[in-house]
Design a protein around this ligand. Structure first.
Ligand code: ATP
Length: 553
């Protein structure tokens, strides 16, 4: 049974299957070996003063060392601060200034960056380097006799703070999200129930925090040789090799990386037949990408898109069969189906507003089928943001003794109770004739041959913005091809009432994406670029010269 005593979960697997492999990198580490590492690490951390509640930054790549540190912190009931290592150094510094960690654990490169960029300056009192020889402040602690069973550790409680996780900062600066142990249980239960991750499963996750869940469920975590800071550069060949070599049964990858893997497999007619389940999250999985993903799976395998956010994970899941069945609707502008809300998650859609809402009232609800903001009440909803009362006021509604979380996403609920994604609230385009929703528009245009992806952005001040479609063409597209694509897009726009007002198409070589998943388009960055570009084009009266940042592909 999954309980809030997460360290106890790990110990349970150790007692039942000490010889089972907990982690696979170049070497295999068994549960027994992992437990010893955790014991050593916990003892060393305790000697440096790490206690329940100590905020600790961990910048260590996935592998046994990271598992040892994270599970040792769990055992001590300390609080890991989870921040994307791929953030620009200045943004990472701001996150750490806000989180005020007392302890900084990192590999030598992270320690070097800490000193150079001033990460945690003013709050960090202990820094610990995880090196090739695993030196803890130059000393090696004593080993407790029975690994995993040291009686000095208290079992974790549901209300203990588990971690401080930062959002990906796709729509503004990343926000600190305090998560208690009980907030994590719905995710663990979903992984165990829907995705069937359990003893014996070999799981590979390209998102390290999800990889940490595998040993808690008795599974083996396979750590791929990729840089989590640069997922856009992760090699599909390396992933394929790891999946095959280790017989990976469960894979998590964000949509963009999953699609790159799928394209790689498609070109080589590869089927990854060890995979039973594939999970993705972070952004919609487009119908075309889904088709390609199904191409590398055996027929019995399932792919799920999981919908949720740092503040509330998960909200709903949808399997590949249902996603495929709703693909035609997506391609004609209905949005992306996110599936039915999970048990325990109450999802309601309210009228769109950019203002705080203090109290819940059923008057906030929109009629079924009408686009509004998605709200969630669930045991997974986190505590309020760290030190951000304004952001919290915009994201929370009090409803008696419950808290309603505003997802900042737009969507609808259909007659079957399924949730549909329409785009992010902050990225809606507000024209004189009404609002345009990114996920009601982009999928239509993404079907045009030669288009890699599109982004709808608004230029000018709301509510009189000019809708602009920015296009990232397939690699190597010629100028003539671009002219054809533009003509096709504009013709397609005329076929749908909700896109008929589109007159502007710009080509951009390579979209700016979020650092966590490289799957969310940073539309506000593109909007600023588009405004600049349109102004330049208007000045030159040369609208066909649509070269993107540094020239179109
Ligand atoms: N399966 C999915 N389909 C569509 N969108 C998804 C899915 N899963 C997550 N998302 C998007 O990701 C968002 C959550 O992202 P995350 O918590 O990483 O930070 P963020 O909201 O992007 O960060 P910030 O608030 O700093 O901009 C959701 O609100 C939603 O927009």
């Amino acid at each position: 049974m999954i309980t809030a005593d997460l360290a106890g979960l790990l110990d349970g697997h150790l007692r039942r299957r000490p010889e089972a492999v907990a982690c696979r990198t170049a070497v295999a580490v068994t549960y027994e070996e992992l437990a010893r590492l955790v014991d050593d690490t916990a003892a060393a951390l305790r000697r440096t003063g790490v206690r329940a509640g100590t905020r600790t930054v961990v910048l260590v790549p996935p592998g046994p060392d990271l598992l040892a540190v994270v599970f040792a912190l769990l055992r001590l009931r300390a609080v890991p601060v989870v921040v994307d290592p791929g953030l620009p150094p200045g943004q990472l510094r701001s996150c750490l200034a806000e989180a005020a960690p007392e302890v900084f654990i990192g590999i030598p490169l992270a320690q070097f960056a800490r000193v150079v960029f001033g990460w945690g300056r003013g709050s960090v009192r202990t820094s610990i380097t995880v090196g090739p020889r695993r030196l803890w402040l130059g000393t090696r602690p004593h080993r407790p006799r029975t690994p995993g069973c040291d009686p000095v550790y208290e079992p974790g409680r549901a209300d203990d703070m588990a971690l401080l996780a930062y959002t990906s900062g796709s729509t503004g600066p990343p926000k600190g999200v305090p998560l208690r142990r009980r907030h994590l249980l719905p995710l663990l239960r979903m992984l165990s129930d829907s995705a069937a991750i359990g003893p014996g499963t070999r799981m590979l996750s390209t998102f390290p925090p999800f990889a940490m869940a595998a040993p808690l469920l008795g599974a083996t975590v396979v750590c791929p040789d990729i840089d989590p800071r640069r997922l856009d550069r992760a090699s599909p060949a390396v992933l394929v090799d790891d999946i095959r070599r280790h017989g990976v049964g469960a894979l998590f990858a964000a949509p963009a990386l999953l699609d790159r893997l799928a394209r790689y497999c498609l070109a080589r007619e590869l089927v990854l037949d060890s995979l039973n389940v594939v999970l993705t999250a972070g952004a919609p999985l487009s119908p075309a990408a889904l088709d390609r993903v199904r191409g590398f799976l055996k027929p019995q395998a399932v792919a799920y898109s999981v919908y949720g956010a740092t503040e509330c994970m998960p909200v709903s899941t949808i399997g590949c069969g249902e996603l495929a069945a709703t693909a035609a609707a997506t391609n004609s502008g209905a949005g992306t189906c996110l599936g039915s809300p999970l048990e325990d998650a109450q999802v309601r859609v309210i009228a769109v507003s950019d203002e705080p809402i203090d109290r819940w009232s059923d008057d906030l609800l929109v009629a079924p089928g009408t686009v509004g903001e998605i709200t969630v009440t669930s045991p997974a909803v986190s505590d309020p943001y760290l030190h951000r009362p304004d952001a919290t006021a915009l994201a929370r509604i009090a409803d008696g003794d419950q808290v309603v979380h505003r997802m900042g996403d737009l969507g609808t609920i259909d007659a079957q109770g399924r949730l549909w994604f329409a785009g992010r609230k902050a990225e809606r385009v507000r024209t004189e004739h009404g609002d345009w929703y990114t996920d009601h528009v982009e999928p239509i245009f993404n079907t045009v041959p030669g288009v890699h992806r599109t982004a709808l952005v608004g230029v000018g001040a709301a509510p009189a913005q000019r809708p602009v479609l920015v296009v990232e063409p397939d690699h190597g597209t010629s100028r003539r091809e671009r002219a054809r694509i533009r003509a096709d897009l504009l013709a397609l726009a005329q076929q749908q009432p909700h896109t008929a007002g589109l007159d502007d198409v710009l080509f951009h070589r390579h979209f700016p994406m979020d650092v966590r998943h490289h799957s969310k388009i940073r539309r506000h960055v593109l909007a600023a670029w588009a405004a600049h570009r349109l102004k330049a084009n208007d000045r030159r009266a040369h609208p066909d010269d649509l070269s993107g940042d540094g020239g179109a592909r």
